[in-house]
Design a protein around this ligand. Structure first.
Ligand code: UDP
Ligand code: MG
Length: 324
């Protein structure tokens, strides 16, 4: 097998403080991979996600001394996931790694990921955080809850505690790029594509410099995107409410009619109660039915595969009878 070309996609938003540290650490590693024949060549796709600090200036300066650096600048801040998507759409490598700029994902692992992909013949290698003692207690608790809830709500088998540090083959990247979905959360979309995968554990380090670009509001948005992107459970809520409401309306109807027959009612009360509860139940049920169709349209629009062909013998030579 010829040596592959590698793309390293790095989203960055206002990362002037870490950029020099990242370059100093990543360049020797990447150059060594080429020197050792782990890959034939590499490109760094630095996605500048609309930074307002010196990041673009530093990137241009870096490019003068490090020709493998490609700078993709987004006109405005689009967010971490969108920045990675932009990088994936333009990366040219046979394998593509996505990496955070802040050195929380140790770049040494890239070499291991590539080796695993090539020796085990898998398309995706997930970096799995085995140790996040450097993250704050709240971050760890929220991440833990997030991954477990996601797994419980979605039917996709996602590796636990895998963030966006992963290596993908060209075929995987093409499949991701072909998805029309907005607000996609790549760490769950990639497993949903069903490519053969492996994992590699790593220790999540502390941010090398600067501050987290993920305030609580962004974390919440990521959670909402993850749940709505992978689960129709919230949508089905209306159906269940409609069913429960319908049963309740029926009970109220029986009660109202009973009271009427027993003669304990004011004139007009029975008909009012019956009409109000019946209309309420019908509306909720209709909403639920609508929800089911909306859910189907949503799934169709997401365009994710519903099955994965591993092999098709069409066009292969026929087996001799004795081989059967
Ligand atoms: N990032 C980005 N756009 C954003 C927010 C973050 O490109 O709007 C990048 C950021 O520069 C970093 C990566 O995404 O390279 C992860 O962000 P951060 O380290 O702030 O998140 P945390 O590790 O705190 O969850
Ligand atoms: Mg970080």
């Amino acid at each position: 097998m010829p040596f592959p070309h590698l793309s390293i996609v790095i989203p960055m938003f206002n990362e002037e403080a870490v950029l020099p540290l990242l370059a100093d650490r990543l360049r020797p590693l990447a150059d060594a991979m080429v020197a050792d024949g782990v890959c034939a060549a590499y490109e760094i796709v630095a996605v500048d996600d609309g930074s307002t600090d010196a990041t673009p200036v530093l990137l241009q300066r870096l490019r003068r001394t490090w020709p493998e650096v490609r700078v993709l600048r987004l006109r405005a801040n689009a967010g971490h996931q969108a920045a990675i998507s932009a990088g994936l759409a333009r990366a040219r490598g046979d394998y593509v790694v996505t990496l955070d700029a802040d050195l929380q994902d140790p770049p040494e692992v890239i070499r291991e990921m590539l080796t695993i992909a090539r020796t085990e013949g898998v398309d995706v290698v997930y970096g799995v955080r085995t140790d996040r003692t450097t993250d704050s207690g709240f971050k760890r608790w929220s991440a833990r809850t997030f991954y477990r809830a996601q797994r419980a709500l979605s039917s996709v088998d996602t590796p636990l505690d895998a963030g966006d540090y992963r290596l993908m083959s060209r075929a995987t990247v093409e499949a991701v790029n072909a998805l029309p979905e907005h607000h996609r959360v790549l760490r769950f979309v990639v497993p949903a594509l069903g490519f053969p995968s492996a994992t590699v554990g790593y220790r999540r380090a502390e941010r090398a410099a600067g501050e987290s670009k993920y305030p609580l509001a962004r974390m919440l948005k990521l959670s909402v995107d993850s749940v709505t992107g992978f689960s129709l459970t919230p949508l089905r809520f209306a159906t269940w409410l409609g069913l429960i409401g319908g049963l309740a309306a029926l009970a109220i109807l029986v009660f109202a009619l009973g009271s009427r027959l027993a003669g304990h009612t004011l004139p007009g009360w029975t008909s009012t109660v019956v009409i109000v509860s019946a209309v309420g139940a019908v509306q909720l049920l209709a909403l639920g039915i609508l929800g089911e169709y909306v859910g189907r349209m949503y799934a169709a629009m997401q365009g994710r595969p519903t099955y994965f062909v591993a092999h098709d013998s069409l066009g292969e030579p026929e087996q001799a009878p004795q081989d059967r």
